[in-house]
Design a protein around this ligand. Structure first.
Ligand SMILES: C[C@](O)(CO)[C@H](O)COP(=O)(O)OP(=O)(O)OC[C@H]1O[C@@H](n2ccc(N)nc2=O)[C@H](O)[C@@H]1O
Ligand SMILES: Nc1ncnc2c1ncn2[C@@H]1O[C@H](COP(=O)(O)OP(=O)(O)OP(=O)(O)O)[C@@H](O)[C@H]1O
Length: 307
């Protein structure tokens, strides 16, 4: 598997991007026996990225440091867990040494899949440094053990329709003709808490992504955009609806919460009224009202240089 997110590589060191994702549509279909939920979701990677530097050393063990002092750099970090899982798989009990630096740019516990993306990047980066001992299927399998979102970040697809718990993927075209304005209010939302508080009713409208999946047009039908998890997160945090409304007031064609929240994104088709959109003004307005975490993002489109 060739990763397009590799920024640099040498025999012992690799630097790679770990992109954020948004969910353009998320239907929760049913609760499973194991507590997880079956989903149908349309996920898109963005050019908002964390950056990981992974280096092999002679000193056994995993050492992790992180630019975000609020994020644990120990065994709780998904980066650490991904490295440990990989080394156990290829090495037996860890005998190799790995140094990792995580530059954290994606807001944490924000519905943007940051931790999952970091984990996916570590699995791919280590596999590359080790001379690709594991197949793509094996990496996807390891990813699944770390989290439902991780397989999407192990795969090199820019955008997918995903089913199962989010791990059965069908690639679709990347939405390169749109700008996404993201706003995060700065508080953490626990994905588990959101799913635990979701009350599924048969009356919920189910959005069928299957016909869209076959068209592969890179076009985003706005009436398809929906997130079943909004009702849980919005009921607890009134800021979500306010952020959506503000994005619409600024001219977004549609605004939606991503994943379990609390990040909200507005969709701005590039071809429509481009002169009227002054993204600096939009970002300024959002920052004044909701805090400093506003991002103007584009869909990832495989255009980054490969190693
Ligand atoms: C909501 C999404 O962001 C949509 O892309 C993802 O499904 C979340 O994926 P993730 O963060 O990788 O989730 P995990 O770390 O595997 O799971 C966290 C918790 O979320 C719940 N969870 C997650 C995914 C899923 N399909 N069903 C669930 O019920 C489970 O309670 C789980 O204990
Ligand atoms: N490398 C990491 N980056 C971010 N969070 C991490 C990382 N490692 C562990 N975590 C923990 O994982 C939890 C989820 O963080 P993350 O940023 O991945 O959430 P999220 O964007 O809501 O994920 P998703 O959209 O997949 O539900 C947080 O409680 C955080 O402390």
């Amino acid at each position: 598997m060739e990763s397009r997110n590799i920024m640099s590589i040498s025999a012992k060191k690799i630097q790679l991007r770990a992109p954020a994702k948004i969910n353009l549509c998320l239907s929760v279909l049913k609760r499973r026996e194991d507590g997880y939920h079956e989903l149908e979701t349309w996920m898109q990677k963005l050019d908002l990225c964390d950056v990981l530097t992974v280096e092999l050393t002679d000193c056994p063990g995993i050492s992790l440091s992180c630019s975000d002092p609020d994020l644990t750099a120990g065994e709780d970090n998904l980066v650490f867990r991904a490295a440990e899982l990989f080394l156990n798989e290829v090495d037996g009990p860890v005998s190799a040494g790995v140094n990792i630096f995580l530059e954290k740019n994606i807001p944490v516990a924000a519905g943007l899949g940051g931790g999952s993306s970091d984990a996916g990047a570590v699995l791919k980066g280590l596999n590359r440094l080790y001379g690709r001992p594991l197949t793509e299927d094996k990496l996807l399998q390891l990813g699944r053990r770390l989290g439902a979102d991780v397989p999407f970040f192990v795969a090199d697809y820019d955008a997918v329709i995903a089913r199962g718990i989010g791990d059965i993927m069908y690639p679709v075209d990347s939405l390169v003709d749109y700008i996404f304005v993201l706003v995060n209010p700065g508080f953490f939302v626990s994905t588990r808490w959101v799913f635990d508080n979701l009350f599924l009713t048969t009356a919920d409208k189910k959005y069928k992504l299957s016909c869209f999946q076959k068209r592969k047009t890179g076009f985003l039908p706005l009436d398809l955009m929906h997130n079943d998890l909004e009702k849980v997160t919005c009921a607890r945090y009134s800021e979500i609806d306010s952020m959506k409304q503000m994005l619409l007031n600024f001219g977004a064609s549609k605004a939606l919460m991503s994943g379990s929240g609390a990040t909200v994104f507005g969709v701005f088709p590039r071809k429509e009224k481009p002169d009227e959109w002054d993204f600096e003004r939009i970002a300024g307005g959002l920052i004044r009202t909701f805090g400093d975490k506003v991002y103007i993002a584009k869909a990832s489109a495989g255009a980054w240089p490969s190693g």
